[in-house]
Design a protein around this ligand. Structure first.
Ligand code: GLU
Length: 329
């Protein structure tokens, strides 16, 4: 299949964790898929720290995450610890870029201030749009305010800033999840800057992926709903849209999402129990269908075996052989 890249253009892929907890098996699984895909394409792998939310981000988690993935046998060519041509690799140090993109969108008349409270938003019945992001679909209440009302309300409380969704549908081919089609308006107008001044993930992620020349975004299936929003931002800002691959989420045996509270699936806890990184990689490889037994294997020995379109769709549960191999109950 054509990669859609101009001749000689190098593949660049990234892992972009938020340092809000220790990495667990699910994070390791996503990172392994992204890393294998990048290495198979002969590409660069970039580590970007998504530490925009000061209330939730902790430096110790950032450092632990890098140590955990190194232990697993992954490496990266650019990142907060090794530097690189697109420094800095932490979002908290890249605010000017987000501000510039916001100014561009504002000049184009694509933004408006929103004064709705969380309670008001939650009271809006969630429309059956099939796109459930952070709460109900925004009905566009503040889009309709005139300049006088905006000025008046801004005196009373600082607004969040929303991006006005264009009326085009979004259609793209996901390298793992297959063809995707989101109808016009899916998800509603979304926030690009919070009322407390923090830039939203959607904006920062697009700005950084574009600025860092990322050609392939390989990430968890839970972010598939963010992609149409991000594609609208790429289009509005006039930037090239990268390839996307949303890999299945790793779930617990009972089909529940792996929780940051379940310490037993943390990489650090597996390591402390004497599990070897090759055992962990062997289990992840089995779940991805790259091998047929949970036998120890080094990450680098799997390069060449991953086929994104052949991954299970949507989700994968930790099965009995894997639980046994990792001593999980
Ligand atoms: N920072 C996001 C997270 O930890 C990932 C963003 C992305 O890969 O686009 O869930």
């Amino acid at each position: 299949m054509s990669l859609g890249l101009a001749d000689g253009m190098k593949v660049r892929s990234r892992f972009a964790p938020s340092p809000t907890g220790r990495l667990h098996l699910g994070n390791a699984w996503t990172a392994l898929m992204a890393w294998l895909d990048a290495r198979q394409r002969g590409g660069s792998f970039v580590w970007r720290l998504e530490d925009l939310d000061p209330a939730r981000s902790r430096e110790e988690y950032a450092e632990a995450a890098m140590a955990d993935l190194r232990w697993l046998g992954l490496d990266w060519d650019e990142g907060p610890d090794v530097g690189g041509p697109f420094s800095p690799y932490r979002q908290s140090a890249r605010m000017e870029l987000y501000a510039a993109a916001l100014a561009d969108l504002r000049e184009q008349g694509r933004l408006y201030p929103c004064f709705c409270s969380r309670a008001e938003l939650m009271a809006v019945a969630s429309a059956p749009h099939g796109l459930h992001l952070e709460g109900p679909v925004y009905p566009g209440t503040c889009r309709r305010l005139d300049a006088r009302e905006r000025a008046e309300r801004a005196q009373r409380k600082p607004p969040s800033i929303r991006f006005m969704l264009p009326r085009d549908p979004v259609v793209f081919h996901d390298l793992a999840a297959g063809p995707q089609c989101f109808p016009p308006g899916a998800g509603g107008d979304f926030i690009v800057k919070r009322a407390d001044g923090v830039f939203a993930y959607q904006l920062a992620c697009v700005v950084d992926d574009a600025a860092m020349g990322i050609t392939h975004v390989v990430r968890g299936f839970d972010l598939l709903d963010s992609t149409p929003r991000q594609i609208h931002l790429y289009r509005a800002l006039g930037w090239r849209v990268p390839w996307f691959a949303h890999v299945p989420l790793l779930l617990g045996t009972g089909g529940e999402r792996l929780s940051k509270r379940d310490r037993s699936v943390e990489l650090a806890s597996l390591r402390m129990r004497g599990i070897r990184p090759e055992q962990v990689v062997g289990c992840l490889a089995l779940l991805a269908g790259l091998t047929d037994r949970p036998e120890p294997v080094r990450a680098r020995d799997l390069v060449g075996r991953l086929q994104l379109p052949r991954l299970p769709k949507g989700q994968v549960a930790l099965n009995e052989p894997v639980r046994k191999a990792l001593g999980l109950h």
